[in-house]
Design a protein around this ligand. Structure first.
Ligand code: SF4
Length: 252
């Protein structure tokens, strides 16, 4: 392993066996749940929009919709999509456009940076350095040193989820490491694809103790991976798991 990311940590914590199938055995996924592709297409559209705003280009909502649809169809051409019961492509695209329209029209601060990649050492409070660097990409930094993470979900995220978002902890840590100052604010822009799509903005903060927790989690996950500790963790997420067939044959 030459780096660790929050996605890897989260996947290991969600189900270590799925982590093994994906990152170690590198088994191609036979399909992708619609929610994953939807999130990717929304994310790419927002990335495009914010990069345009960063360089001072004023773009139209229609162009944003086009980018979203193009990304959706491009992802769909590469992957077999698993739709939820009662869900259709048309309904999803419509919801995507409604969510993008809500974001497009909301009051936004000027963009300082969109999609900022980082690969930095993860250091504990006692000065211990994790054996591999932490990798990630900060979704958005706005004027006033406010960091944003975009999140699409079926239901509104609650404060507990936001307070415990490892991704935001990593963004905050990376920002402090790169710019030698604390971000003034951290927020999740939650794009909720409920029956009536809505956009929620939830603010939070992080402290040194949160960075320490991130360090310890990353360290323990790395130790467990090295020790080859992988086992199934059945949950509601199994319904959409791409590796069910392999999981059933798991022999310990
Ligand atoms: S089906 Fe469930 S338990 Fe099995 S690998 Fe997938 S997520 Fe893990």
């Amino acid at each position: 392993m030459d780096h660790i990311s929050v996605s890897q940590i989260n996947l290991y914590l969600d189900c270590s066996l799925k982590y093994k199938f994906y990152y170690i055995d590198r088994i191609p996924k036979p399909f992708k749940p619609s929610g994953i592709l939807f999130g990717k297409a929304i994310h790419s559209a927002l990335e495009w929009l914010n990069k345009q705003r960063q360089i001072g280009n004023h773009v139209s909502l229609e162009k944003l919709f086009k980018i979203f649809e193009t990304d959706w169809f491009a992802y769909k051409a590469e992957e077999k999509v698993l739709f939820k019961e009662g869900e259709t492509e048309e309904k999803l695209i419509l919801k995507g456009k409604e969510l993008l329209s809500l974001y497009f029209h909301q009051q936004n601060e000027p963009v300082l940076m969109a999609e900022l990649p980082f690969q930095i050492p993860l250091i504990s409070q006692t000065g211990e350095v994790l054996e591999v660097p932490l990798y990630g990409v900060i979704d958005l930094i706005e004027k006033g040193d406010v960091i944003t993470e975009f999140k699409t979900s079926q239901k509104t995220m609650d404060l507990f989820q936001v307070s415990n978002s490892l991704q935001l902890t990593a963004y905050s840590y990376a920002y402090e490491f790169l710019f030698q100052k604390r971000p003034k604010g951290l927020k999740i822009v939650n794009l909720v694809k409920s029956k009536n799509p809505k956009l929620e903005v939830i603010y939070t903060t992080r402290e040194k103790k949160d960075y320490q927790r991130l360090f310890l989690l990353a360290k323990k996950v790395l130790e467990a991976i090295k020790a080859r500790i992988f086992f199934p963790k059945p949950s509601f997420k199994c319904k959409e798991c791409e590796y069910q067939e392999y999981c059933e044959k798991w022999g310990g």
